[in-house]
Ligand binder design. Sequence first.
Ligand code: MG
Length: 246
Amino acid sequence: MRKFVLLFLLTPAAALAQAANPLPKPELTEIWSPVPPKVEPGARLGDPPSDAIILFNGADLTGWESTKGGAAGWAVENGEMVDVPKAGDIRTTQKFGDMQLHVEWMVPVLPPDRKGQDRGNSGIYLQGLYEVQVLDNYDNPTYVNGSAGSIYKQSVPLVNALKRAPNWQAYDIIYYAPRFYADGTLAEPARVTVLLNGILVQSNFAIKGPTEYRGVPIYKVHGDAPLLLQAHNNPVRYRNLWVRKL
Ligand code: MG
């Protein structure tokens, strides 16, 4: 009845338009609260935003330790962390779960006899378990599920997005930790999206389990855990590492 009166009061053209558009008012699908928190972006793309946790202060290895226990054995030069031969893996003293991670890394120009997996190998282990590979395979054939941008031995990158050494490379990683039931069995695998130099190389990949050099990965229950950088006796350098907890 009400609709009939409305149509009667409108001009014939407006009534026809109203009758032809039965959709609800646009205001009914607007959301006004809660308002997302404001985060100030960094000055340049890749700079840490205002809510980032800075993992490396550029001066020393505060916030890092050796996975063997004790102080991290890597060097700091020019505001960069450098993998020193036989220093071993290092990890953050802070623990993380879901996160957005930014890491910049560089492999110097190495002699031509450094080939395959021996050319600039390192790695970023999410929660100390799941490796995003670091390697100079710009012009260096190797198994593709072990190339830069791979989830090592699990997922081949969509493209080779590397720059030629000794350029700096940038990873932006969106990571969701695995979920476990109370009995320790897997409820949801970890998920990872990776951009290498701003180019998508992993898109919401369901990680199969902890990175294994040999054999099949099998999940084991864990909680928040440190970020780990792999030592592989290559002078790989890192800078501008930051995390946003998700
Ligand atoms: Mg590696």
